[in-house]
Design a protein around this ligand. Structure first.
Ligand code: SER
Length: 582
């Protein structure tokens, strides 16, 4: 059964246009590492912008959620997954949305109604209880005892802290025999399969809720989970989705998958996600920052588990498994097709790199264990494992946990930071021939984006806001809200201001404060981001103040000369500047 096709065909037959999956790495949103939900690329349209394909859309969207990283290894979690979704942008609302879901589940997928239950939004003191959805469900034949009313925690959906949002109704399926009459959302046999969000509000950064110009529908259904249900298994890795991938790992390890092989699941999951991250047109490669670091962690963790399974480390087992993943998805995602060779090269290179140090690192780990105090791996040893043997801290933590030990992670982070500072100083020429510098250029460009943002506010409009950015060691790209093409004069003026600030050698300082305080103090923020409660605020002299994860140079004098090499349209109302530091 091809669930993607059934889903798309059904919604196309109901007047929806199929749109392609957006890239896994968000194009204009540096605040999130990966797309985490089908609705994320559609936020501007949910906020009211006209979508070129119309008001009824459907797709399957690639997503990566890292909150589940620690659960990987169990039978139901994945770092990468596909989300099926249909949207109404100011077109149909609750009635059609619920009726479509019901018809698709019971008529197309032929799921017996006896196995279904739903939750609806219980409301708040400001938003009424969703009796409308409840009565639509009842009219379709869902019994009263199969409807649970839940509050904001469970039935109000928002991506992060602010943006389009609304109450939702979630559909559950009963896995198991002896289906109970009454629905109990706390009973694990009931698994959530589909979420219909009725997006009618916008929540701004200060928490104010206002009505959106249009009432929208955003639905999301986890493909892996539903396939497992349809194929009658409780282990997602036993479905047709994973069959060939697991078979390859069985072949390489000369061991059968019987259902309890955590390492096999970790390898399968991490290689699939690594294939998709390296396939993305953003050109991510393993590194020590951002998406590159996630990719490195995933590959290295997979390698460690392959070693546990006694897979031949000298063979090209990783690429062999990746090739199976590629075959599974090649007909659905053009980037997988276009970047096949690149994906395999990225994986091969990282495998070889880690192979060099893994064996020695494992010996070092055993030595550390022999001298351990208070069941805790000290910061120095954890840092040595990272720096000399390439063990991501999370890998050391996992290995420690397997032995019932912990790691002084806070101490590790301090050492890590001190090392970064040293590297930066080294790269500034103070320790000639000294320590290797990581990401020195990128760090400079990070700071330059803040200066550019501040200069645009002076030259173009004080309401210019950053819409996205993308940094490589070669150049920076910066997207910002602006309704016109910049004139040559405006561009020169921006360059001049930025270069003056560089000449002034302004200090870059960081302070940590509660998010609310940062916003009140007027710090620039990108509102789509799910900011933590405590944030870092970077100030540059008194010309710029932004909530940001960093890293940044310590003084603007280190940036060299700033030059705009291109200014162009990015999307409606958004301009893009490409600039370099010379
Ligand atoms: N945004 C909702 C979710 O991710 C429905 O698509 O669950």
């Amino acid at each position: 059964m091809n669930l993607k096709k059934l889903f798309i065909d059904y919604f196309v037959s109901k007047g929806h246009v199929e749109i392609p999956s957006a890239p896994l790495i968000p194009e204009n949103d540096p605040s999130v590492l990966f797309n985490t939900a089908g609705m994320q690329p559609l936020i501007p349209y949910l906020m009211g912008k006209e979508h070129p394909e119309g008001k009824r859309l459907c797709d399957y969207q690639k997503c990566v959620r890292l909150t589940d990283l620690d659960s990987i290894g169990d039978k139901t979690h994945h770092t990468f997954f596909e989300m099926l979704g249909n949207w109404s942008l100011g077109d149909y609302f609750k009635k059609e949305s619920i009726e479509y879901s019901y018809e698709f589940l019971t008529k197309v997928l032929k799921i017996p109604v006896e196995r279904l239950a739903v939750t609806v939004f219980a409301g708040t003191d400001k938003i009424p209880r969703d009796e409308v959805s409840a009565s639509i469900w009842k009219n379709l034949g869902i019994k009263e005892e199969r409807i649970a009313y839940l509050g904001v925690e469970d039935n109000f959906w928002i991506a992060g802290e602010s943006g389009p949002c609304g109450g939702d109704t979630e559909i559950f399926y009963y896995r198991g025999d002896n289906i109970p009459e009454k629905f109990d959302p706390k009973d694990d046999h009931w698994v959530e399969i589909w979420n219909n969000v009725f997006m009618e509000y916008n929540k701004d950064a200060s928490g104010n809720i206002t009505e959106l110009p249009k009432k929208n529908v955003d639905t999301g259904m986890g493909l892996e989970r539903v396939v497992a249900i349809l194929e009658g298994v409780t282990d997602n890795y036993a479905t047709s989705i994973w069959k060939n991938i697991i078979a390859k790992i069985e072949e390489l390890s000369h061991k059968p998958y019987k259902g309890n092989e955590t390492s096999m699941r970790i390898i399968a999951d991490h290689i699939r996600t690594s294939v998709f991250i390296s396939a993305d047109y953003a050109g991510i490669v393993p590194s020590n920052t951002d998406q590159g670091y996630i990719l490195r962690r995933l590959i290295r963790r997979a390698i460690r588990h392959a070693k546990k399974l006694e897979i031949d480390m000298e063979s090209s087992w990783l690429e062999e498994t990746a090739k199976v993943v590629i075959q599974e998805y090649i007909n659905y995602y053009p980037e997988i097709k276009d970047n096949q060779t690149h994906i395999l090269e990225v994986l091969k290179e990282e495998r070889i790199k880690f192979n060099h140090t893994l064996e020695k690192g494992l010996k070092e780990f055993s030595k550390v264990l022999a001298h351990i105090k208070n069941s805790t791996i000290d910061a120095e040893s954890a840092f040595r494992l990272y720096d000399t043997y390439g063990f991501p801290i999370e890998l050391t933590e996992e290995m420690a946990e397997e032995k019932g030990l912990t790691v002084d992670t806070a101490g590790f982070k301090e050492k890590f930071k001190a090392h970064q500072e040293l590297s930066r100083t080294a790269s500034a020429g103070k320790f000639k021939g000294g320590l290797a510098s990581t990401g020195e250029k990128e760090t400079m460009y990070h700071t330059a984006t803040h200066l550019l943002n501040a200069a645009l506010k002076i030259v173009v409009d004080k309401n210019v806001h950053q819409k996205g950015s993308n940094i490589t060691s070669e150049r920076m790209r910066f997207d910002f809200s602006c309704d016109h093409k910049l004139s040559d004069e405006e561009k020169h003026k921006v360059e001049e201001i930025v270069n003056n600030w560089i000449k002034e050698d302004l200090p870059v300082t960081m302070s940590t404060m509660p998010k609310e305080e940062a916003l009140k103090s007027g710090a620039e923020a990108m509102f789509i981001e799910k900011y933590a409660d405590i944030v870092n605020v970077y100030s540059i002299g008194n010309v710029s103040k932004e909530i940001c994860g960093g890293p940044h140079v310590t003084n603007t004098g280190k940036l060299g000369k700033f030059r705009i090499i291109k200014e162009e349209a990015s999307s409606a109302g958004v301009r893009r500047i490409k600039a370099i530091l010379e």
